[in-house]
Design a protein around this ligand. Structure first.
Ligand SMILES: CC(C)=CCC/C(C)=C/CC/C(C)=C/COP(=O)(O)OP(=O)(O)O
Length: 361
């Protein structure tokens, strides 16, 4: 026991001696320079998992584990920005984390306050790499003093335009996606031209039915469509006459699509819900404007996404699960991940080029 303590002290002394620190720094610069010769992921996300386990393993306070986790984050941010990563997104606090003990939640909140300030100070890490902070998540769940610290950090770094640090806090993907869908529906329910009567909303059941009918009519042969139109036009075909506005718009769809379109004001007053694409929703996510997510790394051996970046993970996102705990994560763990990503990306690019050539032949 005394021997191992002695050895660990010697190792620490050796690692922190100026020539060794200098040597490591030089080696780091060389490796980063070599990495920069290849493709670099433009958007990297981290699930910083394992702070508490690290604390338990080393018999230190949980809060101390989170503090060491922050130090690890600072090291990795430096590597990312030095290599040319444009956007780093971190899972700093999940909405689920509110279920932890009050003591731990309070400690994480005060840590966020202090660390956001440290990160954004003039001359500090983000300033050196021209990175701005964005805090993504449910502001309504955050106390006023923490919100103030968030807003200060965002304002202080707003002028930095080279890179971005997205701090997800408090965040879950389901919450983000739900909000994005709600915002999209709200936007598409707002008239873009002249205001319409309140019943005529593009997401009403009648409106959707009418749209489907319109599309079906367009896809059937003309003579059949005419038969269908004349049948629908007869008063006997209407099932309900009580809801005048909604009903008349539904039957008139079948009578004359173009007349209906004008009288209803569908195409002129509202944006067409059919024009909502995956891109529309991407533009309503909290990461709107960021490059596609190239790489997601989770430490601590847990192989789950835990409601993080569910929308942002696409067919080319590399998802990497590492065994090391977050406070242990450094350049030496990250380097093989980046090299593997470069190798995979080159393979994808070659395949795409091959397909392009094949298409041209
Ligand atoms: C700027 C800013 C706000 C920085 C945040 C710093 C930071 C490292 C936050 C991590 C918080 C967290 C809940 C980590 C997960 O590990 P865990 O506690 O779930 O560990 P476990 O998996 O061992 O239980």
């Amino acid at each position: 026991m005394a021997d191992s303590l002695h050895n660990s002290r010697i190792r620490k002394w050796f690692a922190s001696s100026p020539p060794v620190v200098w040597g490591f720094r030089q080696m780091r610069e060389l490796l980063i320079g070599a990495l920069k010769q290849g493709p670099i992921p433009q958007h990297v996300a981290f699930v910083m998992d394992g702070n508490r386990r690290f604390a338990r393993n080393h018999h230190i306070e949980t809060v101390e584990g989170h503090n060491l986790g922050f130090e690890s984050l600072a090291r990795i941010l430096e590597v990312c920005y030095k290599t040319g990563v444009k956007v780093v997104t971190i899972y700093a606090f999940s909405i689920e984390n509110f279920k932890r003990s009050k003591h731990e939640v309070d400690a994480l909140m005060s840590m966020a306050k202090v660390k956001l300030q440290q990160l954004s100070e003039h001359g500090a890490l983000l300033d050196r790499y021209g990175a701005s902070i964005r805090v993504l998540g449910q502001r309504s769940l955050v106390k006023a003093d923490v919100l103030e610290a968030i807003d200060r950090a965002v304002a202080l770094t707003a002028g930095n335009k080279k890179a971005i640090l997205n701090v997800c806090f408090p965040y879950t993907s389901r919450d983000e996606i739900t909000t994005a869908v709600r915002d999209t529906v709200e936007e598409y329910s707002r008239p873009v031209g002249e205001p319409l009567p309140p019943l005529k909303r593009p997401f009403s059941e009648t409106h959707i039915t009418q749209h489907i009918r319109q599309q079906m009519l367009q896809s059937v042969p003309e003579d059949l469509a005419e038969q269908h139109s004349s049948r629908s036009a007869s008063p006997s075909s209407s099932k309900d006459t009580s809801s005048a506005a909604e009903h008349s718009s539904a039957t008139s769809t079948a009578i004359n699509v173009s007349d209906q379109d004008d009288s209803y004001g569908y195409s002129s007053a509202f944006r067409d819900p059919e024009s909502i694409t995956a891109e529309t929703l991407t533009d309503h996510m909290l990461t709107a404007g960021a490059p596609p997510l190239d790489l997601l790394v989770r430490t601590s051996g847990v192989q789950r996404l835990s409601d993080f970046m569910l929308w942002q993970c696409h067919e080319k996102t590399s998802i990497v699960f590492l065994e090391c705990l977050w406070p242990e994560f450094d350049l030496w763990n990250f380097l093989p991940v980046l090299v593997e990503w470069q190798w995979q990306r080159k393979k994808i690019q070659e395949q795409e080029r091959g397909r392009g050539r094949h298409g041209l032949d």
